[in-house]
Design a protein around this ligand. Sequence first.
Ligand SMILES: [Zn+2]
Length: 260
Amino acid sequence: MRKILFAALVIYFPSQCMAWGLLGHRIVGQIAQTHLTTKAARAVKAILGNEDLAMCSNWPDFIKSDTSYKHLSNWHYVNLKGGLTEAQVIEQLNADTAANAYTKLNFLVAQLKDKTTDPSLKPMYLRLLVHLVGDIHQPMHVGRLDDLGGNRIRVLWFKDPYNLHQIWDEVLIDFQQLSYTEYAKAINFSTKMQCQQWQQQPREHWFYESYQLASLIYSDVKGNEDKLGFQYNFKYKALMEEQLLKGGIRLAAVLNDIFS
Ligand SMILES: [Zn+2]
């Protein structure tokens, strides 16, 4: 009886997760792996051993169950007010010194570049960096504080209850029924020009891009248990996939620079 009750609760209250799901992070990692320079690939292997960028990417979510890592829980996202210009977003990002995806991304890049960083900490820093670059490209990770990046906006995916954040973390991706390797292979196409443009844009701009996409996503739900399904998938699939691709290509650029 208890088991049935527990199962019913799990189904009724889907978890309030705060990250691309398993697949999203692995797709970003897998794409990045294919864009690494030989030097960077060697450096990554020296730090992670047989764990590649795809398989290390979920570690920051797995450790959430361990209370000794509780201090890392704010690292996955940034919340901003609605209606800001790019200049205002950049100003707020740089003014805020608290732990968030922006301040910690900068911290991780600096730590991994620093020759004096304790080598025993590098696997953790690298896993966190891979994860955060992924998270930043999930638009709802640069969402509003009052609804916790869409976690408080209830929607239906066909007949099942979810929140808007979860739709973007995993529901849309899982709906495509591809493994992460299949998915990475299917979308890993970019022109040299596109690639360069994405890689050269400053990190603040990644946040602004997601912020803008989040505004679009917010504007498309009434917040009244909207029914999402085939139409929603058709409308947003390409956008979601471009975010995954950008995330992977930019992650590679960051790592190529760190290990240059
Ligand atoms: Zn995350």
